[in-house]
Design a protein around this ligand. Sequence first.
Ligand code: ZN
Length: 164
Amino acid sequence: MTLEVRTFGDPVLKSRAARVKTFDESLVRLAEDMLSTMREQEGVGLAANQVGRLKQIFVAGLEDEEYVIVNPAVEAVSDETATDPEGCLSIPGISVEVERPASVTVTGQDVSGNPLRIETKGLLARVFQHEMDHLNGILILDRTDRESRKTAMRELRERLLASQ
Ligand code: ZN
């Protein structure tokens, strides 16, 4: 089953997700539905906030590899950073430059509660950090420079007015 993706302006996107304490069938179903939604929307990642659930879980997928990470935490980041354009399924049509550490080590749990630890770099490191931001109520517009934010906000307003 696919879920409705919440878009910019929905307060759930500015809220912090709560730690998952119960690893049950409903969590497994949520993870499966989030993966289906991500695939349908042709995204590379999706956090629970984006489907209206304030639980610390995100999914990511690049090429054939897919990830489900519960209660993620950053263990280490590289000093080296990279700046690249980023989009978001919750802010359709908008892309802004975001600077992030080039590599990151993430710890967390799988959907059954088993501990996991993943070292990532490149695009996957970017996706993981983007999704963890969502779980803390942070969007790419909060991560870009003033000028890019202003331009993106203007585009969003124009699109909103055009759709009314
Ligand atoms: Zn996003």
